[in-house]
Design a binder for this molecule. Structure first.
Ligand code: G3H
Length: 247
């Protein structure tokens, strides 16, 4: 079992005032049992990094572009987030895929760019409710992994995370059962191992989708769940810390 990863994804929430007060209050210290990562909006990266109480907490972004600089209105590069203090980035979240039309080819370019520039990656994969009902969830995850991980050279990185997030469980309050989450996280691990055994050696597989204090203990005990990607429950220090208490 790898060291557990508690990764927060704030999405488009928390202005600078809320960010400052969150990190002043957060008393969650990474320890031998878990790491703590917080992916904040671009506008909060610098302040979050300055305000956090513990150096070991990693601050990250929720997206990057795959070019270094130029005429790409509205986009942000890896060197920009690094200079603000980001150590990691979430790539391919289902909201990026579904709302902003990001395809696997673009996601693959972003993954390769982050690795080249030494920014740790949390790659997200997951199926829709209709894909699950049609029993196409394994096929969908395999397709995403195969396309998103093309050309990844494990020798270039120390850590890599893949978050399995069933879209029907995101923000709905309805988590996957621990059995379903474990089955899919095991599948992710096995597929990565088949494709790139060196990458699997550095991989943590996370579950995301309505994780909260009440279901964290059960989910975290599953053999192939090495961490959580937490949305709603990461916006308040109390609910974020309540999850950590169960690990
Ligand atoms: O990135 C986080 C996931 O989308 C899960 O969000 O915990 O609000 O369901 P949620």
């Amino acid at each position: 079992m790898k060291k557990f990863l508690l990764a927060a994804n704030w999405k488009m929430n928390m202005d600078v005032k809320e960010t400052e007060s969150f990190f002043k209050d957060l008393s969650l210290k990474p320890n031998d049992s878990y790491d703590v990562y917080v992916a904040v909006p671009f506008t909060d990266i610098y302040l979050a990094n300055k305000t956090k109480k513990f150096n070991e907490i990693k601050i990250g972004a929720q997206n990057i572009y795959f070019e270094d600089k130029g005429a790409f209105t509205g986009e942000i590069s890896t060197s920009m987030i690094k200079l603000c203090g980001a150590d990691f980035v979430i790539i391919g979240h289902s909201e990026r895929r579904e709302i902003f039309g990001e395809c696997d080819e673009m996601i693959n370019k972003k993954v390769l760019k982050a690795i080249d520039d030494d920014v740790e990656v949390i790659l997200c994969v997951g199926e829709t409710l209709s894909e699950r009902e049609d029993e196409k969830h394994f096929e969908k995850i395999e397709k995403q992994l195969k396309a998103d991980l093309v050309g990844v050279d494990a020798a270039k990185l120390d850590n890599f995370a893949i978050a399995y997030e069933p879209i029907w469980a995101i923000g709905t309050g309805k988590s996957a059962s621990k059995e379903d989450a474990e089955e899919m996280c095991r599948f992710v691990r096995e597929k990565v191992k088949e494709m790139n055994p060196n990458l699997e050696a550095k991989l943590r597989v996370l579950y995301g989708g309505s994780v909260k204090g009440a279901n964290a203990a059960d989910l975290s005990k599953e053999e192939n769940i090495d961490g959580f990607l937490i949305g709603g429950a990461s916006l308040k220090t109390e609910s974020f810390e309540a999850i950590a208490k169960e690990i």
